[in-house]
Design a protein around this ligand. Sequence first.
Ligand code: NFS
Ligand code: SF4
Length: 684
Amino acid sequence: MTTEEVKAKAAEPKEKVKKAAAKPSELSVDKATTEMIERSRELGVETIFDRAASMKPCNIGVQGTCCKNCSQGPCRLPLTKDVEQGGEDTRKGLCGATPETIAARNFARMVAAGAAAHSDHGRGVAETFLAAARKETHDYKITDTKKLLEIAPDYGVEITVQGKDGEVLQRDIDEIAVEVGEKALGQWGQQTGEVLMVKRAPKPLYDNWKKLGVIPRGIDREIVEIMHRTHMGVDQDYENIVAQCTRASLADGWAGSMMATDLQDVLFGCPYPLKSSANLGILKEDHVNIIIHGHEPLLSEMIVTAAELPEMIDYAKQKGAKGIQLGGICCTANEILIRHGVPLAGNYLQQELAIITGAVEAMVVDVQCIMENVANVAKCFHTKIITTNPRAKIASGETVHIEFDEHTAFDDAKKIVKTAIDNFPNRSREVMIPKYSSPLIAGFSYEAINYHLGGTFRGSYTPLNDNIINGRIRGVAGVVGCNNARTVHDDAHLTIVKELIKNDVIVLTTGCNAITCGKAGLLTPEAAGVYCGPGLAEVCETVGIPPVLHMGSCVDNSRILMAATEVVKAGGLGKTIADLPAAGSAPEWMSEKAISIGQYFVASGVYTVFGVTMPVSGSPVFEDYLYKKLEGIYGGMWDLEVDPIKHAQKMIAHINKKRQALGLDKSRERVLMDMAARQKLEAA
Ligand code: NFS
Ligand code: SF4
């Protein structure tokens, strides 16, 4: 054999073994996804599912105890057998950093990156909001004045003035908007004091943060301070590092993300429930298909408007298409779904697969969760990857950059849509769109929940509280977050959500979990009769809501905080979020944003369970601090549970514990007994 032949032989069987090793059905529980993985293999197009099989994660990195914060390292401190068995822990980095210092510093940097991503998104929204309020752009305007008036006082902006005769008059809307925009934007660079939105939290929660000294002073400041503290030789006390994690994460959840949600609602409208559908089957072979992928609705809103223009639809017809089909991936999908009903094409792990359908003329991306490899996959098809944000360009493959500017937004969007239409005649491969999509209802802002549960005239959370108190609803869970190629796509999401609703726990969802639930039909009122326990089913059927409420994108986790706050306010379930029979979960997380979200949930009093892995196992001391000791400080704590059923059961056990503390354990038994008796009567 020649050297060439030897090389070829060595390369070939490995490739085959690798592909035979993971059947598509072992990689995802979503049929559209498994069909497209199959298709990718037929076409020889590599995806993340293949790379996950050929490359394993680093055994020390996963433990969170590898430090590369200076050039004397990386110092790698994997857990030793001896330490695992309770022996003395003598592990140290060159500088003397202990495993807990290293794990805490790495954890903190994830919080910083996550909070930065959400908050920078929020900053962009605030800038555009201000430009709209000042009428510096014609493309965006203040749409939801009702919400503007509701939120203005929280930003310290007066909504009324006294008239000459002492009468109370409403101030000019534009004036209010400009002031809200200025106040909001000021939150990023604020150096001292407190960010405004923490005052929205229940009083005892706010007081506790104040006592602990963890209230964010300004958004950017807290993120910068994490980077400073985790530099070589600065903060070397893991408890002190975690306190700063809290401060930066609160600057995300109760400031950057919360203001992003507020201002997006005022600009584009507060979401109310609407119908749509989810999964790759929403793509249409005879249409120009445009995938909007990323996070910021500033861009996607404009594309939705541009794609609806008669001139654009006519242009698409000239090119031989029947129309234009938009579909979303990742959180931008959730944003345009909850406000316009644009269907969801898929979640994070489906981004490469959408292109492999051969039906996508353009994938328009902005920031976050965009795999670099989409550009390589696109090279095998006619699909154009259009980058739009100066922060996020892609060097791999071939991409088109059409920069998106808030002052010329609509023209930019038209240019993008036109580029996609022009690409329709260039389809190079046979189109294969999996035939799966499910109907759904989405758009449950906390205002909408208020309205739906309370009715028009007495919008309030009291009926929800009543149903929790009387035991029909056992409790509330927030299940959110990503997909992760290290675990079976969508499996843990669905198993956990189904187990929760089977046990009468109502689920609030955002992010990629929401997309999973949509694809599986859990976002329909009909799902109540199929999957829920009798109590939750009865409530959903009476009110006409799904047992899983889609509240939006990941910045909209702030809506979950507000919903929890409303539940506290409605009374009867304790004084603070930590008293509620509630729990949080991110079954398939992967993003640093998820760590920031987890930390602000924990610091707000929520027991929060993550799936897949947590980068802290290399330091039992740090792990113990996150998983146990934080409860004594914040009322909430972290946990890791890889098994989905046990994961849900841990959440349910926590909810039961809280019910017991509220003296509600008996009411649930009673209501279930009543229901059983009634069912027996009905059956007889
Ligand atoms: Ni959230 Fe959204 Fe999905 Fe995870 Fe990424 S899209 S902001 S980070 S992967 S849920
Ligand atoms: Fe090693 Fe300390 Fe440098 Fe980290 S900061 S790489 S532990 S010497």
